[in-house]
Structures are given as C-alpha cells and as structure tokens.
Design a protein around this ligand. Structure first.
Ligand SMILES: [Zn+2]
Length: 81
C-alpha cells in the first residue's frame, strides 16, 4: 500500500524535485505570532515522508525558537520542529 503510493508520487513529480510549479500550497496560522504563512507542497511532502505533523509556527518563529534553544543549549544542537 505504501509502496504503490510512493511509486505513483514519484511518477507524478517527474522525479526531478520540481516543487516550484506545483500548485497547492497550504496557508497555515502560526500559534506563536498568529500570522498566516504558506506551507509549500514540497515541504508538505517532506513532512509526510518523515511522519511529522503539520508545522504550527511560521519560519520566523521556528528560527527564533531554534536560536533560543541554541542559547540555552538544551537540545544538543539537534534541529527538531
Ligand atoms: Zn510566527
């Protein structure tokens, strides 16, 4: 089931990572600052492929949060969204 799904997806994308011309970006709302931010199709696939859930923060807040973690040193330098 998973295999056939992945195969179909690869055939669709042409196997060249052409995310730019693919429509379907989602607009999400950031839980941190409340702004609306686009979630690109390419990112959606990236998240799904890794079993990650929908991002809840915009890229700016994620960056701020990451920098805060880096300052505190609580996370061993690992990037986790
Ligand atoms: Zn934000």
């Amino acid at each position: 089931m998973d295999d056939s799904f992945a195969e179909a997806r690869e055939r669709e994308s042409g196997g060249n990572g052409a995310e730019e011309r693919t429509p379907g970006d989602m607009i999400l709302r950031c839980v941190e600052c409340g702004c609306a931010f686009p979630w690109a199709v390419g990112e959606q696939e990236f998240y799904r492929a890794r079993g990650l859930s929908t991002p809840r923060r915009c890229s700016y807040c994620r960056k701020v949060k990451r920098e805060r973690y880096a300052l505190v040193g609580a996370d061993g330098g690992q990037t986790r969204w």
